[in-house]
Design a protein around this ligand. Structure first.
Ligand SMILES: Cc1cc2nc3c(=O)[nH]c(=O)nc-3n(C[C@H](O)[C@H](O)[C@H](O)COP(=O)(O)O)c2cc1C
Length: 163
């Protein structure tokens, strides 16, 4: 497995998704890229605006705008759940990928109990870019320190690398 090169691309606003991504990164000695929104939002309307954007499967301007994954064997995406979907930031990251055609991909999200259509939406976006969604899963925010759940996710990534 030491030969396998894994790139993790994550979006995280309050740290939950980043926390899980870092666990995976250290388990595989993977390269971790965190993508962020370049826009700033009104403090009061923020939640509603972000939910509306997520619901509409919009994309935002992100930094870095593009990640080249041609040198990797597997890509792992991590996103919070917003309005029952992955975020406009991770959508933009998937959209902006370079060298992704035919790559196996794993996706996970963190949420507060209602993941909704997140898994299906992630799968669709991955397929739309010509990647193979080998595994898509979600983790409750209360489980981000749960050793058993993290081990399951790491095992899922291991299994996906071998495909
Ligand atoms: C704008 C917004 C919308 C959210 N929508 C949902 C949702 O639809 N379902 C859910 O279970 N949690 C929802 N949450 C909670 C987050 O998914 C959860 O706290 C997640 O772990 C945050 O990840 P992060 O710390 O990496 O940003 C929402 C949070 C925000 C800020």
């Amino acid at each position: 497995m030491g030969e396998m090169k894994i790139c993790i691309i994550c979006h995280s606003e309050s740290g939950n998704t980043r926390h899980v991504a870092q666990h995976i990164a250290s388990a595989f000695d993977a390269h971790l890229v965190e993508v962020t929104d370049t826009a700033s939002y009104n403090r009061l309307t923020r939640f509603f605006v972000l939910c509306k954007m997520a619901r509409g499967e919009e994309k935002t301007l992100i930094e870095p705008a593009s990640v080249d994954i041609s040198g990797y064997d597997l890509v792992v995406f991590g996103s919070p759940v917003w309005a029952f979907k992955p975020t406009p930031v991770i959508h933009a990251a998937i959209d902006g990928l370079k060298g992704c055609m035919g790559k196996p991909a794993v996706a996970f999200s963190t949420h507060s109990g209602r993941p909704g259509q997140t898994d299906e939406t992630f799968k669709k976006w991955i397929e739309d870019r010509g990647m193979v969604p080998v595994a898509v899963t979600n983790i409750h925010q209360n489980d981000i320190e749960n050793e058993k759940k993290i081990k399951e996710l790491v095992a899922l990534v291991s299994a996906s690398v071998k495909v």
